[in-house]
Design a binder for this molecule. Structure first.
Ligand code: C5P
Length: 403
């Protein structure tokens, strides 16, 4: 597979939170190491962190003004907490004190950094740094286990001599090491040079100019996949039905309404695609006639005659020089069997099967669990946030691409 010489953090935005521990003095060096790997870095200091590191030094190396802990009318009128939360590709907290770890664990939003952590969909990484007794305290141990369960990336700590004179675990990892691990967390490059097209969201099949037939797809899974594919270095086209989601950054977004529009948009650009992922919940049928004007409610009954929509994914899979084709199958029961049937019938390379009709999964939910099926393999991706799942899925797709 063609790979470009991207740096591990090219095109990546790192929101660096520095909390009030002695290792904060390494902050400027960490900013340098992150930028050397290609990252853009914004810094947020927690309360008192400026006792350990000079904001001006951080501003000089990051090239951007440094945010402090406070959420004031003035700070929120600039790049406020929601803007920062959206801006970040990853939130890195280094050093992460026992206190900030406990607050993350609680989901506290008591100052700017913790609020951004609650508001962001980006992954969060922490580099703990504290006295070895604090590190071994049962509360800290439990808090760390909770964060790990939530997919927080925990970097370190190292063991050795500490600022307080004690020896043991709790030293922050060296900035070079932290930056390298943050870079590795994106596994950038697995789809470098690849063109990926994704369909997402519902379609809207008009009955008249104000009414239509649609479904509950939020589009979240498709949008998350688009973002994960960009992170993996791909050039991404997202063909999306109507959703309430902002278009992911660095993605070419083609907005469509109906299944026929979606098919048109897909085939306009299918020949240049290496990978096609059909995530859209395309309406199976559309009204044969859509009225030009609003239908009046004069009749007691009405019949809407429908016709079948084209199966866009199946058509792409039959196209000459077809891309690698991935489909989704939402099933309530016998998930793997039905999905395997769909894989064969639609001539797909891979299908992602998920169980719908359960609490906290599928349509509209933030979480999902998926069984990935190819001709040869069945891979379980356990329940996780849709963004984590999307990265996992993209990584599996890149591993299954033909040489
Ligand atoms: O057959 P079923 O609708 O269950 O298949 C789901 C898969 O097929 C999804 O990947 C979906 O995006 C795709 N699909 C499509 N066009 C349709 C129906 C489904 O691309 N008309």
């Amino acid at each position: 597979m063609a790979k470009t010489a991207l740096k591990p953090l090219s095109n990546k935005r790192v929101l660096l939170g520095i909390s009030a521990g002695i290792a904060a003095y390494k902050g400027p060096d960490l900013v340098r190491k992150l930028t050397e790997l290609g990252a853009e870095v914004e810094v947020i200091l927690t309360r008192n962190a400026d006792q350990f590191v000079a904001p001006l030094a951080l501003q000089a190396v990051s090239g951007r003004p440094v945010h402090n802990y406070a959420m004031t009318a003035e700070s929120e009128s600039g790049m406020g907490h929601i803007d920062l939360a959206r801006w970040a590709d990853i939130v890195l907290i280094a050093p992460a004190t026992a206190n900030v770890i406990a607050r993350l664990c609680q989901g506290n939003a008591d100052e700017l950094l913790t609020t951004v952590c609650v508001a962001t969909q980006a992954p969060v990484a922490i580099a703990p740094a504290m006295n070895q007794q604090m590190w071994q305290n049962p509360a800290t141990i439990e808090n760390l286990a909770t964060l790990a369960k939530r997919n927080t990336l925990i970097l370190g700590p190292d063991s050795g001599e500490q600022a307080c004179g004690e020896v043991g675990p709790g030293r922050m990892l060296q900035p070079t090491d932290i930056a390298a691990r943050v870079g590795a967390s994106f596994s950038t490059g697995s789809l470098s040079g690849k063109n990926v097209m994704i369909t997402a969201g519902p379609t809207w099949e008009a009955i008249d100019p104000v009414r239509g037939i649609t479904n509950h797809s939020s589009g979240l899974m498709g949008y998350a996949l688009a973002q994960a594919a960009v992170e993996a270095g791909a050039t991404v086209t997202l063909v999306s039905g109507p959703t309430n989601l902002p278009p992911p950054e660095r993605v070419k977004c083609v907005n469509i309404i109906s299944a026929l529009d979606m098919r048109q948009a897909v085939f306009n650009d299918i020949d240049s695609q290496d990978i096609f992922i059909g995530v859209a919940a395309v309406a199976d049928y559309r009204p044969i006639d859509s009225a030009d004007q609003k239908i009046k409610k004069n009749a007691d009954e009405m019949v809407i005659k429908m016709t079948k929509n084209p199966d866009i994914l199946a058509e792409v899979a039959c196209h000459t020089n077809r891309p690698f084709c991935v489909g989704f199958a939402a099933e309530t029961n016998d998930v793997v069997d039905y999905a395997r049937g769909k894989l064969e019938r639609k001539k797909l390379d891979m299908i992602a099967a998920n169980r719908v009709g359960i609490a906290d999964g599928g349509f509209g939910s933030q979480n999902n669990a998926i069984t990935l099926i190819t001709k040869e393999a069945v891979i379980e991706l356990p329940k996780q946030n849709k963004f984590a799942l999307a990265r996992n899925l993209i990584s599996n797709i890149s591993e299954h691409l033909p040489e």
